[in-house]
Design a protein around this ligand. Structure first.
Ligand SMILES: Cc1cc2nc3c(=O)[nH]c(=O)nc-3n(C[C@H](O)[C@H](O)[C@H](O)COP(=O)(O)OP(=O)(O)OC[C@H]3O[C@@H](n4cnc5c(N)ncnc54)[C@H](O)[C@@H]3O)c2cc1C
Length: 413
């Protein structure tokens, strides 16, 4: 299914692209909801560092918790493209909200949709897609961030269930989630491929606790927690995908996560551009300043290129995920090419967003640096896209490894 964004100057827009009507309608309805219900609240939640429970309930009620998930599981069935568009629009207003919904959707419910058996999908997806339950993704550990294959959380078989022991670090929604996709070593000696399994873990299984909630520079309204699994009993029926093949589940989830993250960064570029243009219109003398003109032009270029890369990546991942959901086996070279494309989109778009927001800060001067301008918050928020779901160094390793072949870079990602 090709989505094909048409490049044509819409009269009411500074952007040169037109979405297919279905997505345009979806985006416009979401924009209106964000404008009327959410945007006035986001500074408060950021400053207070409070999880925006009321807002999150509203998103859930309107169906924004299951955008790519098929309707039979209470999702909106709008694919990765629709999901990416939503992340773009939500992040444009607030990265914390984008992160909460992104971790829930892309990293918890999407892998269950793609790798779950029918029983698992029936059991978990409706509650997640409707937002009755919140999801999280537990891969990172104190000693395993970029080096994700080095996880030490163990899954030990005991009768008809596994027992999980270990600590997961920096887990978005980790202190509040009901349902986790958790990665644990079934055999530490076997390494990434064969030695790691993915599990669907309910908090209600017991043995799940929050050791710490991080204080952060940005995305302060989203929670990032250290989660401890201590003798956590998980039924063997809750292995997600094949036993020992959890690393593939993680990498696939991260492919989708990186594509949607790139879309969030497009939102960051657009927000910076719109803020700069509005500011210069309010201060007409600035219009003749060449440095300001250039910053606006460079941001327009970044927003445009980021959008093209992100949308292409979302389209590709969308087709990939539909094939996976149908049970098709995707050859490794194809998977690696998709990973390269999502890595390129993630690295470029996140850096474009950071550059763009820094320019907005320069154009607004002291006003941009102070609280309440939105720019100060966006500046603190934007950096995280260069770090989570794999730092941009790791994205560059993924790209180079696929181009250079075996023997290059780090072979784990
Ligand atoms: C706010 C937030 C939310 C997060 N949410 C989640 C979540 O929901 N679930 C989850 O599992 N994780 C989550 N993470 C973890 C995140 O994915 C990791 O922080 C990230 O992968 C980087 O790992 P690290 O912080 O341990 O950095 P490290 O791996 O320690 O890296 C430190 C530096 O070394 C560089 N580096 C490391 N290895 C290499 C290499 N081989 N080649 C070149 N450079 C290298 C890195 O690029 C980086 O600059 C979150 C993190 C944050 C901050």
């Amino acid at each position: 299914m090709a989505i094909s964004v048409t490049l044509s100057r819409a009269s009411d827009s500074i952007y040169d692209y037109k979405l297919p009507w279905k997505y345009q309608l979806f985006r416009d309805v979401l924009r209106e909801f964000l404008r009327t219900e959410i945007s006035d609240t986001v500074e408060y939640y950021d400053k207070a560092e409070i999880f925006p429970e009321v807002n999150i309930r509203k998103f859930a009620k309107l169906g924004y918790f299951g955008i790519p998930i098929p309707r039979q599981y209470e999702g909106a069935e709008l694919g990765e493209f629709g999901y990416g568009l939503a992340v773009q629009e939500i992040t444009k207003v607030c990265s914390s909200h984008g992160t909460i919904i992104g971790a829930h959707t892309g990293l918890c419910e999407v892998p269950i949709w793609l790798f779950g058996n029918e029983e698992q999908k029936d059991r978990y997806l409706p509650d997640l897609a409707s937002g009755r339950k919140l999801g999280a993704f537990g891969l990172t550990e104190p000693g395993a961030g970029s080096d994700a294959a080095n996880i030490k959380t163990t899954a030990t078989k005991r009768g008809d269930h596994f027992v999980l022991n270990g600590t997961k670090q920096f887990i978005t929604n980790g202190d509040r989630a009901d349902t986790f996709v958790v990665f644990a070593a079934n055999d530490l000696a076997l390494g990434a491929y064969g030695g790691i399994s993915a599990f669907i873990v309910e908090r209600s299984f017991g043995g799940v606790s929050t050791a710490k909630v991080e204080k952060k520079m940005g995305i302060r309204a989203s929670t990032t927690a250290q989660v401890v699994f201590q003798d956590c009993p998980v039924p063997k029926e809750n292995i997600l995908g094949s036993f020992g093949a959890g690393f593939l589940v993680a990498l696939t989830a991260l492919d989708g996560g990186r594509a949607s993250l790139s879309a969030g960064a497009v939102g960051g570029c657009e927000s910076a551009l719109e803020i700069m243009i509005a500011w210069v219109h309010q201060h007409p003398k600035m219009q003749s300043l060449q440095s300001v003109n250039w910053m606006i032009a460079d941001t327009a270029i970044d927003a445009h290129v980021a959008r093209l890369m992100s949308y292409e990546s979302l389209e590709e991942v969308g087709v990939y995920f539909e094939r996976l959901a149908r049970g098709e086996k995707i050859p490794r070279p194809d998977r690696e090419a998709i990973s390269r494309h999502t890595a390129m989109a993630k690295a470029f778009c996140s850096e474009a967003a950071s550059r763009s927001i820094e320019r907005a800060m320069q154009v607004l001067g002291a006003e941009g640096y102070t609280e309440g301008s939105g720019v100060e918050r966006a500046y603190r928020d934007s950096v995280i896209s260069e770090i989570y779901e794999g730092t941009n160094d790791i994205q560059r390793l993924v790209i180079a490894r696929d181009l250079l072949g075996p023997g290059s870079g780090n072979q784990q990602f």
